[in-house]
Write a protein that binds this ligand. Sequence first.
Ligand SMILES: Nc1ncnc2c1ncn2[C@@H]1O[C@H](COP(=O)(O)OP(=O)(O)OP(=O)(O)O)[C@@H](O)[C@H]1O
Ligand SMILES: [Mg+2]
Length: 355
Amino acid sequence: MGTVPAVQAHGLVKTFRDQRAVDGIDLDVRQGEIFGVLGPNGAGKTTTLKMLATLLSIDSGQAEIFGIDVRAHPHRVRQLIGVTGQYASVDEDLSATENLWLFGRLQGLRAGAARSTADELLDRFGLRDAADRRISEFSGGMRRRLDLAASLITRPPLIFLDEPTTGLDPRTRGQMWDTIRELVADGCTVLLTTQYLDEADQLADRVCVIDRGRKVAEGTPDDLKGQVGESTLQVQFEPGADQAAAAEAVHRVLGEEPVLTPEAGRMNVPLPDADRAADVLVALRSAGVSIRSVSVARPTLDEVFLALTGHDVPADRSDRDPGDAPGPGDAPGPGDAPNPGDAFDRDSTVLEAAR
Ligand SMILES: Nc1ncnc2c1ncn2[C@@H]1O[C@H](COP(=O)(O)OP(=O)(O)OP(=O)(O)O)[C@@H](O)[C@H]1O
Ligand SMILES: [Mg+2]
């Protein structure tokens, strides 16, 4: 396969009734990387992934997986990919072992091979202790791991992961991240979607941000960071603190003016990066300014999207068919939040992006 891209797509379009869910997306995923497709509810992430994975027809545009045209050769493409859905697709009444065995058989493995592959995957995904339990008794994290395990049965070189950690607790998310990194260390390429800025930041080599079916930014997380807003250091002064001296100290350290709100005894300092907060605090102390509290705020996703697109994170536009709605077995995820913006990790490292 050499250096042919794992995914190359040009001008992908998918229209549902009169809505262009995906509206001319280009993608270029290199072999061996983790590529993140980032966007809010209804942005078109799942639809994009499904077209690439031959699960939805491509209305217009063109896509190749390892150089093989998706529209012309869907069967060949299917042999090169594993797909893990946003909503786990395992049989509730079967055990983990039975599910993996069944998937193996469906993929054409012989009975013995299906059994040994199932065994190996159970160990690899830490599901050995739960091997004989019915899936209906599994936690959300166990389901996700089983779902991922199932998609690896045929050892595909390219794996699509649709929101692999939505609804998982932080520790389980961390385990999922480790698992994904291991896959890549083993030579896989991963294309994942996420609503979490910190997930893209932690995991992805490159990221594209999509909104309303269009790509609004692309680059490495570091490329994209810092282009939108910087972090802000918020300082609450003690009463009577010398605010002029504080402003001067900030100017000396950063060469920039802070925003003072004297009546509230507050100062906001834009930071080129969060590390500079310490420099500012040291300067304030040596200037003799007394401080009650400090915090470093990062831009929220709402702010990032606002900067990228000129509009807020859209309200959930997932007015989709009932058959496409989240399954009842799913852990509460961002889709269930009243305001999609609230689903994003406000306190975590925020990936900032700009056009
Ligand atoms: N089968 C369908 N029929 C009609 N509309 C659909 C269908 N699937 C998706 N859509 C619409 O297309 C748009 C994009 O949906 P998509 O599922 O790709 O978004 P997403 O980025 O994956 O969102 P989420 O983060 O909620 O999973 C949405 O407005 C959705 O309502
Ligand atoms: Mg989706």
